[in-house]
Write a protein that binds this ligand. Structure first.
Ligand SMILES: [Zn+2]
Length: 299
């Protein structure tokens, strides 16, 4: 009936879609996501404090509605994945990643999310040769590329590989963006960040893990810096606040001295090397469940 573990028809009750518009994705007006140096991880999915407040308020009211209706929450399931390879010609140098690399990427995702109850099923891979899309997939060609290639509904994951440029390793849309911009929904990663690619130390496949984290509703662990109000920062209670992104693998880093806990450098939602990051917290797992249920499940 449903591919997801738990669901409820009650959820179909009119969640009167309040014209929520939020393309928080590319906003650079704050913030503590200053563009790092050459060769360092960069992901532009870092909304301003105002956008976070708006998204969290929408999320809270929808969650309350679901709870009032007695709707069950999905706590895991198998997400269908549609992989789109956008290249500028044949061969890995032109971004034409191999089926083996895609397969390895899928396994990295499954392993990274194993403890959360979520898994991923590769349904199809398509390949498009278009040098313009390949080089402008972050920016001018994003919309054309996604409008042409995206498959499925809100609970289907579309992954694009291309060459975003500007030092960007990947970017993604939040669950709450689906309603207003369904065709833009998905995850884009630098082709060479796939396992076996050339983007060392970011070539073990965790850029996709990180971007899928955004797609599941997570913020960066350094979102909001050292702010730690009830719902501030990254809106997850068990990821200690950190002032800014961490690079490399700086064990013992503690950038918010007045807040308990070392920086979560081994968390997939920080900026450390692929070999350094290996976990999602229990709080992130719960948030992904709630975000998926609220904005994606059976939508
Ligand atoms: Zn990110």
């Amino acid at each position: 009936m449903s591919k997801f573990s738990i669901f409820s028809l009650v959820m179909l009750i009119a969640m009167a879609v309040v014209g929520f518009k939020g393309d928080a994705r590319a906003d650079k007006q704050d913030n503590n996501n200053a563009k790092p140096g050459p060769g360092e991880r960069y992901c532009p999915v870092h909304p301003s404090d105002e956008e976070v407040a708006r998204m969290e308020s929408d999320f809270e009211s929808r969650e309350e509605n679901l709870q009032r209706q007695g709707a069950a929450e999905a706590t895991g399931g198998v997400i269908n994945v549609y992989f789109h390879v956008v290249n500028k010609g044949s061969g890995i140098a032109n971004g034409d990643v191999s089926a083996a690399m895609i397969n390895d990427q899928m396994n990295v995702l499954r392993s990274a999310y194993a403890s959360t109850g979520w898994s991923f099923n590769l349904v199809s891979t398509d390949r498009t040769t278009n040098a313009t899309w390949y080089n402008n997939c972050y920016g001018n060609s994003e919309s054309a590329m996604k409008n042409a290639l995206r498959i499925g509904t809100a609970d289907d994951l579309n992954v694009y590989t291309c060459n975003p440029g500007g030092g960007i390793l990947g970017f993604a849309t939040f669950p709450s963006s689906y309603n207003s911009q369904p065709k833009l929904d998905g995850v884009v990663v630098l082709f060479s960040s796939l396992p076996g690619g050339s983007a060392a130390p970011y070539n073990l496949g965790d850029t996709a893990t990180h971007e899928v984290g955004h797609w599941m509703g997570l913020y960066h662990t350094f979102q909001g810096g050292c702010a730690r109000q009830a719902n501030g920062g990254d809106a997850v209670a068990d990821t200690p606040a950190e002032k800014s992104a961490a690079f490399g693998c700086p064990g013992g880093r503690d950038t918010c001295r007045n807040i308990t806990g070392l920086d979560p450098i081994e968390n997939f939602m920080d900026y450390t090397d692929d070999s350094c990051m290996f976990k999602f917290s229990a709080g992130q797992d719960s948030r992904m469940d709630a975000q998926f249920t609220t904005y994606r499940l059976n939508k």
